[in-house]
Ligand binder design. Structure first.
Ligand code: HEM
Length: 447
């Protein structure tokens, strides 16, 4: 036993659990962890120590009841803040609560319905460009989702492609700095840091130009407020009614970063699943083709399939927190400054939690007595408690729209699906290309 009486998985100094992690991969390691008897486990990695939470009730306790004693984990807390500024994704406690109150109306159902119009138009236009033959879903869906979030945030006609590339660069840069085994002090100059500073300046300039031009446009036109930026412009005003441009910039960046890669990963797994299970694909296709513009309520099976894919392949597969004051969890002492990691994917895939956990069963989401609906902490693809995903209903509409329009327009199949492997960094994506042959089922423009 180690400090706090939490069982440790490795007694090897310095290297700690690195060997098992390399051998099993992150996903294999996390999945195996929940099948061991311990609800809490201490992990040691290159001299750093983490407490891994493998139990749904304890996950719920941490996310909901103990949230006031916790801050975000090191990636968001120390590193991403420099890039994203203080916004919903990175702010803590008081400021976080204040921001969440302001941001909830931006994502209210009436607004999400308006955003849906922008999403549908873009998805239809993008799929109209596809021709019969082989396509590769990973890149298609990544690019589509980048554009989608940019358009819903900032609208048509902006040079969002370059902005997306710049934000993508910063994302990778921040992750690279975070994962350094021996990080350099912040004042050390490196060519990478100099380039990142330059790109960050460019991002700030582009977003502030977008903010002022949209503000001017709305002031001089009767156009319906259908973009996210329109609602951010409404919500973020200082006491003297001037615009809080820094808050808008930070929230827009946070939405962009949190909103595009997660949905793109989920959608790639959804199409992988449709290719792997022809019977499911046929049901989803039938539902898509029978649906109308009001499809959100007309595709219950597809909605359950999306939920089930988020159980088996959760894009956010691990949640991390920093302990702000000593606390007790499951009768064990956890000290201020420790890192907690909630084993989200392990809990989702655990046979101890979900009956037939390894099987894909969309129907389980319809059953009120199934753990996904009745056991708090057992199904948390969007997290839980004060920090839960504000974009969850937006993400569901976004994914439903993409699946619906694709299945309406194309028949698709493959005779070769590679072995399932995972690339688990910020989000969990397939570490292989998902390819299929597509066959248009009606002439472009007639849907
Ligand atoms: C399938 C898609 C998505 C998944 C699986 C997902 C998952 C999550 C999770 C697990 C968290 C909480 C992280 C934590 O507890 O530390 C989160 C937070 C967040 N998500 Fe999502 N997300 C998705 C899509 C989106 C979209 C489309 C948006 C915006 C348009 C968005 C915006 C946010 C924001 C702003 C937060 C921070 C909330 C807060 O701290 O209060 N997400 N997301």
């Amino acid at each position: 036993m180690k400090p706090g009486g939490i069982p440790s998985l490795s007694r090897v100094p310095v290297v700690g659990n690195l060997y098992s992690l390399l051998r099993l991969g992150i996903v294999g390691f996390l999945t195996a962890s929940t099948e061991r008897p311990h609800k809490l486990q201490r992990l040691n990695l290159l001299g750093k120590s983490f407490v891994l939470i493998n139990d749904p009730a304890l996950a719920q306790e941490v996310l909901v009841n103990l949230s006031g004693k916790l801050a975000q984990g090191p990636i968001l807390n120390h590193f991403a803040k420099k890039f994203l500024g203080e916004g919903l994704l990175t702010a803590e406690n008081e400021l976080h609560n204040k921001r969440k109150k302001k941001m909830i109306p931006v994502f209210r159902p009436a607004h999400v319905r308006l955003f849906r119009g922008v999403i549908d138009d873009l998805v239809v236009a993008e799929f109209a460009k596809l021709r019969a033959g082989e396509i590769e879903f990973n890149t298609l869906l990544e690019t589509l989702n980048q554009e989608l979030v940019s358009k819903v945030l900032f609208g048509q006609g902006q040079s969002t492609g370059e902005l997306a590339r710049d934000i993508g660069y910063m994302n990778k840069f921040v992750l690279g700095e975070t994962l350094q085994p021996a990080p350099l002090p912040p004042w050390v100059w490196t060519p990478g840091r100099a380039r990142a500073r330059k790109i960050l300046g460019k991002i700030d300039h582009t977003i502030s130009t977008i903010i002022s031009s949209r503000q001017a446009h709305l002031a001089s036109s009767q156009e319906e407020r259908k973009l996210m930026i329109d609602h951010l412009l409404e919500v973020f005003r200082n006491d003297d009614q001037t615009l809080d441009a820094v808050a808008i910039r930070n929230e827009a960046m946070g939405i962009y970063v949190a909103g595009h890669e997660t949905s793109a990963s989920a959608l790639t797994w959804i199409f992988y699943t449709l290719l792997k299970h022809p019977a499911i694909r046929d049901r989803v296709t039938a539902e898509a083709r029978a649906s109308t513009e009001q499809y959100e309520t007309q595709m219950p099976y597809t909605t359950n399939l999306i939920k089930e894919v988020l159980r088996v392949y959760p894009p956010v597969y691990l949640l991390s927190r920093t302990v702000l004051e000593d606390l007790s969890l499951d009768g064990r002492q956890i000290r201020k400054g420790e890192f907690l990691m909630i084993n989200l994917i392990g809990i989702h895939r655990s046979e101890k939690v979900h009956l037939g956990a390894s099987e894909l069963r969309p129907e389980r989401h319809d059953d009120p007595s199934d753990p996904v609906n009745s056991l708090p902490g057992s199904y948390i693809p969007f997290s839980a408690g004060t920090r839960s995903c504000i974009g969850a209903s937006f993400a569901l509409v976004q994914m439903l729209s993409v699946v619906r329009h694709f299945c309406q327009r194309f028949d698709f199949a493959t005779d070769h699906l590679p072995e399932e492997r995972y690339e688990a960094l910020v989000t969990m994506k397939p570490k292989f290309r998902v390819r299929a042959k597509i066959y248009p089922v009606s002439p472009p423009g007639t849907l």
